[in-house]
Design a protein around this ligand. Structure first.
Ligand SMILES: [Zn+2]
Length: 125
C-alpha cells in the first residue's frame, strides 16, 4: 500500500491538493454546533478566529470555540449557506475557481492570492 503510493508520488501522478473537509453542522437546543470547525478551517487554510468572526457577523450572533468546535448562540439553518458564502468570497479563486488560495495582509488591505493561477484580489474586510 505505502509502496504503491510512494511510487505514484515519485512519478508525479499524485498532486498535492487541498482536501476540504465538510463542516458538520448540528443543532442543539437553541444553539448551532459545528463539530469539526477547527479541522474545517485548517482544510481551507484559514484562521479559526477569522471564519468564526465572519459567521458571528453574518448570523448576528456570538459564539465560542471549544475544543475545536464552534458553538453559536443561535439555532440558525442558514449557517451552512453562510459557510458557503465564506468559501465563495474568501476561499475559491474568482479567476480559476480553485480553493488553493491564501489571504495575506499588504499595507492596509487584505489580498486573496491564488496559488494555482496567481490571480490576486483585494478584499474589503
Ligand atoms: Zn486561481
Amino acid at each position: 500500500m505505502l509502496n504503491s503510493v510512494y511510487k505514484k508520488v515519485k512519478k508525479g501522478e499524485v498532486q498535492e491538493r487541498m482536501q476540504i473537509i465538510c463542516p458538520k453542522i448540528t443543532f442543539h437546543g437553541k444553539k448551532t454546533i459545528i463539530a469539526n470547525f477547527e479541522q474545517f478551517c485548517n482544510s481551507i487554510n484559514r484562521e479559526v478566529k477569522q471564519v468564526a468572526k465572519f459567521l458571528y457577523k453574518e448570523l448576528a450572533t456570538s459564539g465560542a470555540i471549544e475544543n475545536g468546535k464552534l458553538v453559536l448562540q443561535t439555532k440558525n439553518p442558514l449557517t451552512e449557506d453562510k459557510i458557503k458564502k465564506y468559501m465563495k468570497n474568501f476561499v475559491y479563486c474568482s479567476e480559476c475557481g480553485k480553493p488553493d488560495t491564501i489571504i495575506k495582509k499588504e499595507d492596509r488591505y487584505y489580498i486573496i492570492k491564488c496559488e494555482a493561477c496567481g490571480a490576486r484580489k483585494t478584499l474589503s474586510l
